[in-house]
Unconditional design. Structure first.
Length: 134
């Protein structure tokens, strides 16, 4: 992928279900009257907003949570919010494993031509979203 990256290694956008979903870092999230609201997927604009003031680890968890929210909406899965939360945390953990491994599961090294961001890739130089074919 030749995506650019935003703060803390998150992509500027993702391709999901044939749609380009922008990832925006914002000061406030819509409906942010509760300090526990860290991100938001807007189905009308098909965009994800994530608060700027989050740590890199929290930003990653919120990113994956909102990706699952987007998948839930686009594919009409009707997942309960606790299931979305669990999947978001699990995907974040998997992405961290992928970004800190020096070799792919097959034992071959990642391609040197892969576009990466130092903040997002760990020691392998490959961001998790680069491992998924376009």
């Amino acid at each position: 992928m030749k995506d650019e990256f935003t703060n803390e290694g998150l992509p500027v956008h993702i391709n999901l279900g044939g749609h380009l979903v922008p990832i925006q870092r914002v000061d406030e999230v819509p409906g942010d009257d509760d300090e526990h609201v860290f991100g938001h997927y807007d189905p009308k604009t098909m965009s994800i907003q994530i608060r700027k003031d989050l740590s890199p680890a929290m930003s990653g968890e919120v990113f994956w949570h909102e990706v699952v929210e987007a998948i839930n909406d686009m594919y009409e899965l009707k997942l309960a919010h606790n299931k979305i939360q669990t999947l978001g945390v699990a995907l974040h953990q998997v992405s961290q494993c992928l970004s800190t491994t020096s070799e792919t599961p097959s034992g071959s090294s990642p391609s040197a031509s892969t576009s990466t961001s130092p903040e997002s890739t760990g020691s392998s130089g490959v961001a998790p979203w680069d491992l998924v074919p376009d």
